[in-house]
Design a protein around this ligand. Structure first.
Ligand SMILES: *Cc1c(COP(=O)(O)O)cnc(C)c1O
Length: 373
């Protein structure tokens, strides 16, 4: 028999292995620290989790044995009501992540280009690789703002089909100014605006309602961060009307589970309470920024999300960012380090409960004391 492995699609065979983050339970075992004592500030999850009424609805769940509604009608109607975007322009997904891949599958032929603006969320180039597309990287400025001139030039030069931008951006938490996004929307490209953290930004930041009047704007949102449903996998997108029939053709019919759909709907019914949780996290973010700014070997970037990016001044700290992350991990405090251009001297810390902020800041202060001695 010929080598059966040559049947693989070459671009999949050539892809480097994916390195997922270690699950919580595995890390807890490796560190010898019980899971409930680990301070997990590495994935921007909401420390408060689902609201009590969401937990109650999940415990009751009468129809788990029946396939979910392929059109997520109830959820989309609730989203339309809450966000003032017509249900006809909304599609739910198993997290925003699923919708990133769905958009690519609808637009990209092998070899087509997307534009990515690193440092940013890693799933755009990941899904582009899976879809055998090229990723053109237009790096952000050193303050993490978008390089609009270069994006305009690259769009003319490479004719990309999709341009991915994130506001607030992960990992720095900065927003795209209105005028900058307007310039990108004037380009002949589909602009995919990822607003996974927009609930932590000032009111009025979202551009989602504009999908009805623009032909080239897609906005992605999620319940993972603000509603505390990361483990249930539910997000949604707002799309121009012309695109919807094509998305419906390609979407997996049962992509949003019964549990995810119920949890998302009950969360929306209690949006006021979620707003209070969000306000608590925003206040905690500002308190954390203040405490981190007092550490002389950190440069703290302003954030409009539920995380804060810090640059580690290695000479002052006596260790680099990777070592800071590793030292905290040994104490059961998990923060995020990225082995990526533009981020090798940074750590990202998610906003948790007040006592978690205190623990992480205390550990950083202790490190600094040792570094200077
Ligand atoms: C977390 C995150 C997502 C993923 O959202 P899910 O709904 O959990 O798939 C999307 N975009 C950005 C920028 C994120 O940080």
């Amino acid at each position: 028999m010929t080598n059966i492995q040559t049947l693989l699609r070459p671009h999949i065979a050539d892809m480097p292995p994916y390195h997922p983050i270690l699950p919580f339970e595995v890390l807890s075992e490796q560190l010898g620290i019980p899971a409930d004592r680990i301070i997990k500030l590495d994935a921007n999850e909401n420390p408060y989790g689902p609201l009590p009424q969401v937990r109650a609805a999940l415990a009751e769940l009468p129809y788990a044995h029946i396939y979910p509604d392929p059109e997520s009608r109830l959820l989309r109607a609730a989203l339309a009501d809450y966000h003032h975007v017509p249900a006809e322009n909304l599609l739910a997904g198993a997290g925003a992540d699923e919708l990133i891949d769905l958009v690519m599958r609808v637009f990209l032929n092998p070899g087509d280009a997307i534009i990515n603006c690193p440092p940013t969320f890693g799933m755009y180039p990941f899904d582009a690789d899976v879809n055998n597309a090229q990723t053109i990287s237009i790096p952000r400025h050193s303050d993490f703002s978008l390089d609009i001139e270069s994006l305009e030039l690259a769009t003319r030069k490479y004719s990309p089909k999709l341009l991915f931008v994130t506001s607030p951006n992960n990992p720095d938490g900065g927003l795209i100014p209105r005028g900058d996004l307007d310039r990108l929307l004037a380009l002949p490209v589909m602009v995919v605006l990822d607003e996974a953290y927009v609930e932590f930004a000032p009111p009025g930041t979202s551009r989602m309602r504009e999908v009805v009047e623009r032909e080239n704007l897609i906005v992605l949102r999620t319940f993972s961060k603000w509603a505390g449903l990361a483990g249930l996998r539910v997000g949604f997108g707002a799309f121009p009307g012309w695109l919807m029939p094509h998305l419906w053709k390609v979407k997996q019919p049962y992509n949003v589970s019964v549990a995810a759909s119920v949890a998302a709907r009950v969360s929306l019914e209690s949006a006021g309470e979620l707003g209070e949780v969000g306000a608590r996290l925003i206040a905690e973010r500002e308190r954390m920024v203040g405490l981190l700014r007092a550490i002389p070997w950190l440069e703290v970037f302003p954030s409009q999300a539920n995380f804060v990016l810090c640059r580690v001044k290695a000479r002052k700290a006596g260790r680099d960012a990777a070592q800071v992350k590793a030292e905290l991990a040994r104490e059961g405090i998990l923060i995020r380090y990225f082995e990526k251009p533009g981020l090798r001297d940074c750590v990202r810390i998610s906003v948790g409960r007040g006592e978690e902020t205190d623990r992480v800041v205390e550990a950083l202060v202790k490190i600094g004391n040792h570094g200077n001695s």
